[in-house]
Design a protein around this ligand. Structure first.
Ligand code: UDX
Length: 481
């Protein structure tokens, strides 16, 4: 196929896998490399180690153009473009651990073949890592080749659960390099997206009115910064909504109405303003901590980012506070937790609010029954340190429970006949941390986030009286402190 390039993707985690399969779909010849033999065997059999909607189908449709290996010796020499998509876990101090990036860069360097090859950083790496990777490659490339390699930073903005949609229809593609030739080759790689001359898959249709993405070319270090700044800003938006939600509960306002009202201002925008259990997942916590840690290297404080994290920590503990407000001692109480994944449409459990909630319930001596439509098998492997019973269905989870906490807004829960489902409970208390219930079922105590609360909240200033969480007497506005 014309315009087809040889691409090798190192690392088959969420980002690497999505990138590899998408590029094969676009017509490139792709080699996916991982040092984990088990993963490579699975992928070679056509099985996916993760759950991502549509990815299995796209993998089947692209299988002629993609293969999997653990061998750098066969994967690197023929590649025109080499993506580094390995993990960058956090060190205890919040700084990113670049061990895997360094190992991958070394192995790539040892197998470069002398032709011009583009090495792309797609892992989220601190500003300056591109230069550092360049040095690693210089140090490890075999000297008998006149190697030409161009390092490009191409940050990834895909969300789990909608990874294919985000990769095929991005708002923008950011390419950072100090070398125009590297940018040009990447432009050729993404040409089908930039021109939209690929056949959109039926299962990921092109959205109506979608215009081709903006190509933003920057210096290498700016591209690295863009990735962090974007995630930090999104986390900030959510923490902001959560902070305002807490105040809404106290004054009797409704956060959904408030965010609709502010989000329609085009300068603010409606997205990423849903109050809830606090943000989770593999990126926001890691990236905010990494930015702060980079600041510290320069003696530079980042108070807004620190507050973003602090508000999120407080938001997590709010769930248990709300539960205690009604049940008081949790010891011996039976609590159903609906949703273990950190958000719907993924089985990813990293930094999931449900994890902290179950851990705290364990400490407080409650009996936990948990349910998730997709993530239960993964939790069985990864959450062995937590104590909970698995429920095969929502009804099973709720039977005999003293309370139910909705931690993930899975569609199954949004569509549930709650009046029926709640009937099997011993006490009908619902802590809906994702505000998915649109009304309070009859005879049920419903706690949501940023809404008028069924329990009276202690007024924070004089002159306001609450009854059942509703302000019944308040001073005139001009006398408010
Ligand atoms: C995020 C970024 O969106 C993506 O651009 C980046 O490349 C990787 O990190 P992801 O972690 O997959 O993607 O999930 P996302 O959908 O962004 O959600 C992150 C967390 O924020 C989830 O826990 C979600 O529940 C929470 N969230 C999101 C809210 O609490 N409120 C919102 O309004 C939106």
């Amino acid at each position: 196929q014309s315009g087809s390039l040889n691409v090798t993707v190192v690392g088959t985690g969420y980002v690497g896998l999505g990138t590899a399969v998408m590029l094969a779909y676009l017509g490139h010849s792709v080699t996916g490399l991982d040092i984990d033999q088990e993963k490579v065997d699975m992928l070679s059999r056509g099985e996916l180690p993760i759950y991502e909607p549509g990815l299995d189908r796209m993998l089947i449709e692209s299988r002629e153009r993609i293969h999997w290996t653990t061998d750098y010796g066969s994967a690197i020499p023929q590649a025109d473009v080499i993506f580094i998509c390995v993990g960058t876990p956090s060190n205890v101090d919040g700084s990113p651990n670049l061990r895997y990036v360094s190992q991958a860069a070394q192995s790539v360097a040892e197998n470069l073949n002398g032709k011009t090859q583009v090495i792309v950083n797609k892992s989220t790496v601190p500003v300056g890592t591109g230069d550092w990777v360049t040095r690693i490659i210089e140090d490890h490339a075999r000297s008998y080749h006149a190697n030409r390699y161009l390092v490009v930073s191409n940050p990834e903005f895909l969300r789990e659960g909608t990874a294919l949609f985000d990769s095929l229809y991005p708002d923008r593609i950011v390419l950072g390099s100090d070398n125009q030739e590297g940018i040009d080759r990447m432009r050729a790689l993404y040409a089908p997206l930039l021109e939209q001359d690929f056949e959109a898959p039926a299962y990921v249709p092109r959205p109506a009115g979608y215009v081709r993405p903006e190509l933003i070319t920057t210096a290498l270090s700016s591209a690295e910064m863009i990735k962090y700044a974007a995630n930090a800003f999104l986390a900030l938006k959510i923490s902001f909504a959560n902070e305002i939600a807490g105040l809404c509960e106290r004054v009797g306002a409704d956060i959904s109405e408030v965010t609709r009202g502010i989000g329609s201002d085009q300068r603010i925008g409606p997205r990423f303003l849903s109050a809830g259990a606090g943000w989770g997942g593999s990126c926001f916590g890691k990236d905010t901590a990494a930015l702060i840690s980079t600041g510290q290297e320069y003696g530079y404080t980042m108070p807004i980012l620190q507050a973003t994290i602090d508000v999120n920590t407080r938001q997590r503990s709010l769930i248990i506070t709300k539960l205690q407000g009604h049940l008081h001692r949790l010891k011996g109480k039976r609590v159903a937790v609906l949703g273990m994944a950190y958000k719907p449409n993924t089985d990813d459990l990293r930094d999931a609010p449900a994890h902290d909630t179950i851990a705290r319930l364990n400490e407080l001596g409650a009996t936990v029954v948990a349910h998730d439509p997709i993530a239960m098998p993964r939790a069985r492997r990864e959450w062995t340190h937590l104590r909970y019973q698995e429920a095969g269905s929502v009804e099973d989870a709720l039977r005999g429970a003293d309370a139910v906490i909705i931690t993930t807004e899975w569609e199954e829960y949004c569509r549930l006949d709650w009046d029926r489902a709640l009937q099997g409970m011993r006490q009908r208390l619902v802590i809906d941390t994702r505000n998915i219930l649109t009304r309070r079922p009859e005879g049920v105590t419903l706690e949501q986030i940023g809404k008028r609360q069924p329990t009276p909240v202690v007024p924070q200033f004089d002159g306001v009286a609450f009854e059942d969480g509703v302000v019944v007497a308040a001073p005139r506005n001009d006398t408010l402190p």
